[in-house]
Design a protein around this ligand. Structure first.
Ligand code: BGC
Length: 247
C-alpha cells in the first residue's frame, strides 16, 4: 500500500494527511485540529479518532509524538505532560481507532522524511536534523541509519535548564527577540551540538527554517547547514514512512 495516514501530534496542533510514501507527497489537503487543552491521553486520543474518521481511513497509521518514544511508549513528559510518561501511546491510539499504530518521536520522523526523500538524500556520515518549534527536536543518522531519541534540546544550558527553553522558537517569540538575537542563541546551541556529536551535516527544519536568511549571517558553526525540504509536513511524512516500514 503506497498511501498511509500520517499524524503529527504537537503541543498546539494535531495534523494529519494521507501520504504517498514513495514520493513523500501529500495525497490530500492536510487537516489540522487544535490540540485539546489539557492534552490528556483521553482528549488527544479522541482528536486522533476524529482525524482518522475525517479521512475516512482504515489501514496502518504512522504517528509522531513530541517525547522520547521507545517501543511505542512515551518515555518523557516533555511539553505534553506527566500523564503521558510510560504510557503505551501506540496502544492508546489503536484502542481509540481500531487501527494499528506505529508511534515514534516527532523529530525522528521529520528526520527520516528528509533523509530518505528530502534535503538529506545522498548525505553520508553523521547527519543531525534539527526541528525548531516549541521545543528543539533533533534526530541522528549515521550512513542514513536512524539512531533514535537524540534529545539535544535537553542539553543543559545556563543554570542547568534545558537549552531549548532558551534557544527554541518559543523563546524567540515569548522574549520578543530579534532574529539576530535569537540566531546568536541558536548558534550557541548548534556549536554545542557540533562539539558533542561531530556531525558532517546539519539539516534545519521547523518554522524557523523558512526564515533562514534572517539569521544565517550570525551563525558561526563550521558544520554545513542544509534547509529542510518538507518543512512543516516532515513529521507527517516520516511517520507514514515508519508505518510503512512496520507493515
Ligand atoms: C522533546 C523532544 C521533541 C522536541 C520537539 C522536546 O521538548 O523532548 O522529544 O522531539 O521537543 O517536539
Amino acid at each position: 500500500m503506497a498511501q498511509v495516514l500520517g499524524i503529527d501530534i504537537g503541543g498546539s496542533g494535531i495534523k494529519g494527511a494521507l501520504v504517498d510514501t514513495k514520493s513523500g507527497e501529500l495525497a490530500n489537503e492536510r487537516i489540522r485540529i487544535p490540540t485539546p487543552q489539557p492534552a490528556t491521553p483521553d482528549s488527544v486520543a479522541a482528536t486522533v479518532r476524529q482525524l482518522v474518521s475525517e479521512h475516512d481511513y482504515s489501514g496502518p497509521v504512522g504517528c509522531c509524538f513530541p517525547t522520547i518514544v521507545v517501543d511505542g511508549h512515551a518515555k518523557s513528559a516533555s511539553n505534553m505532560g506527566e500523564e503521558w510518561r510510560d504510557l503505551a501511546v501506540d496502544k492508546t491510539f489503536s484502542e481509540a481507532t481500531g487501527l494499528p499504530f506505529t508511534v515514534l518521536n516527532d523529530a525522528d520522523a521529520a528526520g527520516m522524511a528528509e533523509m530518505r526523500l528530502g534535503a538529506g538524500t545522498g548525505l553520508n556520515g553523521v547527519v543531525i536534523t534539527i526541528t525548531v518549534g516549541t521545543g528543539i527536536g533533533s534526530a541522528l543518522f549515521y550512513r542514513g541509519q536512524l539512531i533514535p531519541n537524540l534529545e539535544l534540546g535537553h542539553m543543559a544550558g545556563k543554570g542547568g535548564i534545558s537549552i531549548e527553553k532558551w534557544a527554541s522558537d518559543r523563546a524567540r517569540k515569548e522574549e520578543g527577540l530579534s532574529w539576530e538575537e535569537w540566531g546568536a542563541r541558536f548558534d550557541a546551541f548548534l556549536s554545542r551540538a557540533a562539539r558533542v556529536c561531530t556531525p558532517d551535516h546539519f539539516i534545519l527544519g521547523g518554522g524557523v527554517s523558512k526564515k533562514y536568511d534572517y539569521f544565517r549571517e550570525v551563525l558561526t558553526v563550521a558544520t554545513p547547514i542544509h534547509v529542510a525540504r518538507f518543512r512543516n509536513e516532515a513529521g507527517i511524512i516520516g511517520a507514514a514512512m515508519a508505518a510503512m516500514d512496520d507493515d
